[in-house]
Design a protein around this ligand. Structure first.
Ligand code: SAM
Length: 523
């Protein structure tokens, strides 16, 4: 029955492909995979359509899953001859799909490995296909040689090992058009969701209001308070304004957050990053500061209860050493994001929700035009390892945990996680805060933030803020020169800072930096 249904879906998908309706075809293949998640052919078809949609990261992960299914199948000894022959030819197809996607992601060493595997089956290839592969092999080897040379030159700044550097590709940070969980998609959504956010915000920040901004978040138009209509199709820029006048030194937001530290095996509380031994709890409460099953210790009863309630049960007693191994291969900055992604996945598993529906990430913006590094270890194998650790199946659980969901989550984290830096590029701790994430940046901020001892982030006005004026924090040290600030934003944050100070400093010097600071930033 399900075979018949799948054949029908494949047939209809083919018609959609002919009409160049790639999104439609993708949807039908996904439906087919839900009926039979172990059908390698369907994974290959979906990989091809992902390639057409210019999502090589998804094309790669689909083809790699199909390939794994076939490798497992071909390892069986009781396979019938027709089945074996079909599987071998299918495998060639999947190797090609992996190669194509890897080339698109610029992961040259990985691409070379697929070429080697294709060449071991050279007798099954046409002459033309063999020639194409050999010429690809030659050009990839040339690229790797050039990359090796570049690595030696840039060795100091990269801080990653040679092997990973050679296989370090790039991909666009995409917005997946089929993402039904993308908030603020319609005018109705904007009104409703801004309302939801402000209802949650009011108890912890009665003087603040999350509103929609015009394109440039630093030039706020008072007439647009809040949720004025706009023809923008994508997610609008949001920001926070004062509902009423705020005076200097006033505490304006006190938000509990999700905290991660880079050394997961260290002595810090897994919930709030405080040192565990610094617990102020009375001895009688010690039992209540540890998980009864795995004995993980937290710094307080409150942290222990919150961890057990939100994510700990999904990872309790699980071995995370493989995850840590892949995380360590990434750059230090990305490792925090990976650990956050793992935490959010664990929260989603524990609460049986879709990861993108978790309120901690639901409203966060994900879209930037940035190119991000792509590496087989910390972009793909790490994801597989997370699923395995959480008891999920990479084939069966695509409804909630498909790779595009994971990548959307990563994008949201990339744009919104706050890092606490030990040294530049080396965040020791990270924080994910829903409401602080709506605060836009200014190099002349009118508010500052700090972490209090209860794992909350507190925002305090550093100047008087008038009613309806936007509240700004500074994401970086605002004391460095404008060229350095712009470089930091483009490199690390993925946007060009358009704050009044930057516009003034760049504009006034006709593109060149002026050292004199604005009167506001001198305060
Ligand atoms: C942490 S979020 C701030 C809230 C965001 N405006 C929203 O709609 O969710 C950071 C994003 O806001 C935008 N942004 C914040 N400050 C900015 C600035 N000074 N110049 C340009 N864009 C800014 C950028 O798109 C950035 O990726």
């Amino acid at each position: 029955m399900s075979r018949e249904a799948i054949d029908k879906l494949v047939h209809s998908a083919r018609e959609l492909l002919e009409a160049k309706d790639y999104l439609g075809a993708r949807e039908l293949y996904t439906q087919g995979l839900k009926l039979d998640p172990f059908d390698a052919t369907l994974w290959n078809y979906r990989s091809n359509v992902h390639m057409k949609l210019q999502h090589p990261e998804l094309a790669f992960t689909d083809a790699a899953r199909g390939l794994k299914l076939l490798d497992d199948k071909l390892a069986q000894t009781n396979l019938s001859l027709p089945d074996r022959n079909f599987s071998v030819f299918m495998k060639i197809d999947l190797l090609f799909s992996c190669l194509l996607a890897a080339e698109n992601l610029n992961i040259c060493e990985t691409a070379l490995q697929f070429i080697d595997r294709l060449l071991t089956n050279s007798h099954l290839l046409s002459n033309e296909a063999r020639q194409t592969i050999l010429s690809k092999q030659k050009s990839l080897k040339r690229t790797i040689k050039a990359q090796r040379h570049a690595f030696v030159v840039a060795n100091d700044s990269l801080r990653i090992n040679l092997h990973d550097a050679l296989d370090l590709g790039t991909m666009r940070m995409p917005k997946y058009s089929w993402n039904e969980f993308e908030p603020f998609n319609s005018e109705n959504d904007i009104e409703t969701q801004l309302n939801e956010i402000n209802i949650m915000l009011e108890p912890i920040a009665p003087k603040l209001l999350v509103v929609r901004m015009p394109d440039n978040p630093t030039h706020f138009d008072f007439n647009k308070v809040p949720g004025a209509s706009s023809s923008e199709a994508s997610r609008p820029q949001l920001g926070i304004i004062a509902r009423e006048k705020i005076t200097r030194k006033e505490k304006i937001l006190d938000e509990p957050g999700i905290f991660i530290n880079n050394g997961l095996y260290g002595p810090k509380c897994n919930y709030c990053n405080n040192i565990v031994s610094a617990s102020k709890e009375k001895p009688v409460d010690i039992d209540k500061t540890a998980c009864a099953k795995c004995e993980e210790r937290f710094c307080s009863v409150q942290c222990c209860e919150l961890a057990l309630k939100t994510y700990h049960q999904a990872i309790c007693g699980r071995d995370i050493s493989e995850i840590m191994e892949y995380v360590a291969r990434g750059r230090t900055c990305s490792s925090l994001l990976h650990l956050f992604a793992f935490r959010v996945l664990a929260m989603a598993v524990q609460s049986n929700k879709h990861p993108l529906e978790m309120s901690v990430v639901k409203y966060l913006s994900a879209g930037t035009k940035q190119n991000v590094p792509w590496n087989i270890y910390y972009s793909y194998l790490l994801y597989l390892s997370m699923l395995k650790t959480l008891g999920l199946c990479q084939y069966r659980d695509i409804d909630k945990f498909d790779f595009w969901v994971y990548y959307t989550l990563q994008n949201k984290l990339q744009c919104n996680v706050f890092g606490e830096y030990k040294a530049p590029q080396q965040p020791e701790n990270g924080k994910l805060l829903i409401f602080n994430s709506f605060l836009n940046h200014s190099c002349a901020p009118n508010a500052v933030y700090f972490k209090d001892r209860h794992a909350h982030q507190v925002v305090v006005a550093c100047e008087d803020i008038e009613k309806y004026q936007q509240v700004f924090i500074s994401y970086i040290d605002p004391n460095c020169p404008v060229s350095k600030r712009q470089q930091l934003f483009e490199g690390t944050f993925g946007f060009t800072c358009a704050c009044e100070r930057c516009v003034h400093e760049i504009g006034a010097a006709n593109g060149k930096e002026i050292r004199k600071q604005t009167s506001r930033s001198k305060k």
